[in-house]
Write a protein that binds this ligand. Structure first.
Ligand SMILES: NC(=O)c1ccc[n+]([C@@H]2O[C@H](COP(=O)([O-])OP(=O)(O)OC[C@H]3O[C@@H](n4cnc5c(N)ncnc54)[C@H](O)[C@@H]3O)[C@@H](O)[C@H]2O)c1
Ligand SMILES: [Zn+2]
Length: 380
């Protein structure tokens, strides 16, 4: 087992536990982190069907008094409307400040539950049990919680640290190929921004990750979590360094907004975002053509995987890209949280392991890169 200590606020340290099968022995560790026995598991129907009964039974056996609330599955439910539904349900259950919320699910459930935990009665104890690769390598780490607005992604949110994060790589065995790909995109992102050696290891073993090799996934989760924690600890409130984690996300978030949070997943949008932002870096002479090719090459395995797994989805992504209204996309980009005084700020890659913040990106260069990208995008 790997245990990583995180101390962001002076008097609050918490642990991230990574262990295959930890879900079955959760209460051994939970008793170290939460005091009250009343806990509420927030999840969605799919994850509840797979792991909900098991978690409730482990909690009951461990002397806890668990209840659970389901919200619908999907990014479009990471909204204020769903948060409001959860506030209603918590009030109906007379939840007070000592009840712990347990987020059981992917990044959507983690961000939404975290947002509700941060805001209900000004803060409830929160525990993350991330069940997608993306949530295990990225979204459950670092304390960012948020919901989306139809016009801007993650625009209502906070920094809110959990009591603990319990990561069980075994649950990745039930993930769809598409969601393995989504997690791999964020793993590739962390490699590009901070670790050439991780990038090469991912490149070498990409097929095995897609085939859900549990040994490699376990190693990947440990490495990616360590790299992200290193960055977050140096800049917990995203005043400087932490912004590098947003590589691919300026364009990526705008694409998600344009797609109405449907069809295109977060991981797929970030993959496209990394490709287009790298193209801008290349046009500016910030990175070489070789780097652009390397990033293209590694990412080509993932959407390509999705083509065969779910052809209809891929066609809808192609349609989204083909029919993208570039002017509207640029409008959406101006609402991005990273912008200051109307200037577009992107994180652009320089070399493997090194990125830079550029704050004078123009609409013209975004359009040029998007048009070039649309021509290159292989439609199948
Ligand atoms: N807070 C952060 O720092 C941060 C970082 C990165 C991404 N995010 C957010 O994360 C979200 C994307 O997360 P995601 O990719 O996990 O999407 P998701 O939560 O929608 O999960 C993807 C799908 O996998 C299913 N699923 C979950 N666990 C499963 C399992 N073990 N087996 C089978 N199916 C399972 C879900 O029900 C869903 O259908 C976005 O909203 C993004 O903004 C947040
Ligand atoms: Zn992301």
């Amino acid at each position: 087992m790997k245990e990583i200590k995180v101390k962001i606020i002076e008097d609050k340290e918490y642990q991230i536990y990574i262990k295959k099968g930890i879900l079955s022995s959760l209460t051994e560790y939970l008793s170290r982190t939460i005091e009250n026995k009343k806990v509420i598991v927030i999840t969605n129907p799919l994850v509840n069907g797979l792991y909900g009964a098991k978690l409730l039974s482990v909690l009951k056996k461990g002397g806890y008094n668990p209840d659970s609330i389901e919200v619908p599955d999907g990014e479009k439910y990471k909204s204020l409307i769903t948060a409001n539904y959860l506030y209603d349900e918590l009030l109906k259950r007379k939840v007070d400040r000592t009840t712990t919320l347990i987020a059981l699910g992917g990044g959507v459930i983690g961000d939404l539950t975290g947002f509700v935990a941060a805001t209900y009665m000004r803060g409830l104890p929160l525990v993350h049990i991330p069940t997608t690769l993306l949530a295990q390598v990225d979204s459950s780490i670092g304390g960012k919680v948020a919901v989306d607005h139809p016009l801007a992604k993650n625009i209502m949110g906070s920094f809110y640290q959990p009591q603990a994060v319990y990561i069980d790589p075994e649950v990745l065995q039930t993930l769809s190929e598409r969601d393995i790909n989504n997690g791999m995109v964020e793993a590739i992102k962390i490699a590009v921004i901070s670790s050439p050696s991780l990038f090469r290891w991912l490149e070498k073993n990409i097929a095995q990750f897609i085939n859900k090799n549990i040994y490699l996934l376990d190693e990947l989760v440990k490495e990616a979590v360590s790299l992200k924690v290193d960055i977050v600890l140096k800049d917990p409130w995203e005043r400087g360094l932490r912004k590098i984690l947003n590589f691919g996300h300026s364009i990526g978030h705008a694409l998600e907004v344009e797609a109405g949070y449907q069809g295109l997943s977060h991981g797929e949008a970030v993959a496209l975002g990394m490709l287009i932002e790298t193209k801008i870096a290349h046009h500016r002479g910030i990175c070489s053509e070789v780097l652009e090719e390397q990033i293209k090459h590694i990412l080509s395995f993932l959407p390509a995987g999705a083509v065969h797994a779910d052809r209809r989805k891929q066609e809808s992504i192609n349609t989204d890209i083909r029919e993208l209204d570039l002017n509207h996309l640029c409008e959406t980009l101006t609402l991005d949280k990273k912008n200051i005084q109307g200037k577009m700020r992107f994180i652009l890659p320089e070399t493997l392991g090194k990125v830079t913040l550029v704050d004078d990106i123009t609409k013209e260069e975004v359009i040029k890169a998007l048009e070039e990208f649309k021509k290159e995008w292989v439609l199948c």
